[in-house]
Design a protein around this ligand. Structure first.
Ligand code: F6P
Length: 319
């Protein structure tokens, strides 16, 4: 293997830059050239790339976002578009394409390899933590810390005004961010797509807690379950105290990566180059019980990451 392509794709996630740095440096020391494509699959189609040296990726690990930039490319669902991308990669002499991104981006990669014979290696990066065969995706830990910090602030003002806050968090169809941030903040309720919500029981619980002297409530709602406005409508006529809504939005995707994300990204980035040297292609690097694993992309994409129902139960007990 002489030359690899590297791209970030789909929604950005803190820690993507740390992967770019780790892949590039691990490759360069093995005399493998790295071409970084800008804006994901769009950069391949536009032949928009930059050759990365060891020093080009200095000072980026601590930066949020992705220096390669990113995009969602719906046209990539069209086989002819994938053929065009594969032809460009072949012309450029790219032996392996490394894709840092979520399920959608990895699906694009899997198709490039299956149909066009481009060897691909995936690195899971998405704040949603909805990718199978990895305990954690890159960016999740930073996102959770951002969410918890924001909710802690909301708790302050909620207590002062004796209000209930309904906080909507991201996660696409997954309740992971909502569940884990809710557990970390001690939320009164966590509304997630994986578990049906009984609004009568929730309103009653909130009332009971008020009567016992609790002066604030935080209800976390995953965007894949309901909007904060819908939850507020369900509750407003049933609880007798003021509610406010906060939608955390894209703040959840920004910021300097935590130590956990930097370390995970560095390990996974290096594992990509080890997999390349082993000739282990069309796999995704994952974390399992703190070890790095490689799983065929096909297997990864045929499943979704399930929530741990023990943690759902725990959050219920502790709230
Ligand atoms: O997949 C990451 C994510 O942030 C989801 O949680 C969210 O539903 C989606 O991306 C938002 O996408 P966009 O940034 O394109 O609005």
């Amino acid at each position: 293997i002489k030359r690899i392509g590297l791209m970030t794709s789909g929604g950005d996630a803190p820690g993507m830059n740390a992967v770019i740095r780790a892949v590039t440096r691990s490759a360069v020391v093995e005399n493998i050239e790295v071409y970084g494509f800008l804006r994901g699959f769009a950069g391949i189609l536009d032949k928009d790339y930059k050759k990365f040296t060891y020093s080009d990726v200095g000072g980026i690990m601590e930066r949020g976002g992705t220096i390669l930039r990113t995009s969602r490319v719906p046209e990539f669902k069209v086989p002819e578009v994938r053929k065009k991308a594969a032809d460009i990669l072949k012309d450029l002499g790219i032996d392996v394409l490394v894709i840092i991104g979520g399920n959608g981006s990895l699906t694009g990669g899997k198709l490039l390899s299956e149909e066009q014979g481009i060897p691909v290696i995936g690195v899971p990066a998405s704040i949603d933590n909805d990718i199978a065969y990895t305990d954690m995706s890159i960016g999740v830990d930073t996102c959770l810390n951002t969410v918890v910090e924001a909710m802690q602030k909301l708790k302050d003002t909620a207590s002062s005004h004796e209000r209930a806050f309904i906080v909507e968090v991201m996660g696409r169809t997954s309740g992971y961010v909502a569940l884990m941030s809710g557990l970390a903040i001690g939320a009164e309720a966590i509304i997630i797509p994986e578990v049906p919500t009984d609004y009568d029981a929730l309103a009653e619980k909130m009332w009971d807690e008020r009567k016992r002297g609790k002066i604030n409530s935080i209800i976390v709602v995953a965007e894949g379950s309901a909007s904060a406005y819908t939850v507020a409508r369900h509750l407003e006529n049933r609880i007798g105290f003021e509610t406010r809504i906060t939608i955390l939005g894209h703040i959840q995707r920004g910021g300097s990566p935590t130590a956990f994300d930097r370390i995970l990204a560095s390990r996974m980035g290096n594992e990509v180059v080890k997999a390349i040297k082993d000739g282990d292609f069309d796999v995704m690097i994952g974390l399992s019980k703190n070890d790095l694993i490689r799983t065929p992309l096909e297997k990864v994409l045929s499943e979704s990451n399930k929530l741990d129902m023990e943690i759902v139960k725990l959050a219920g007990i502790l709230s």
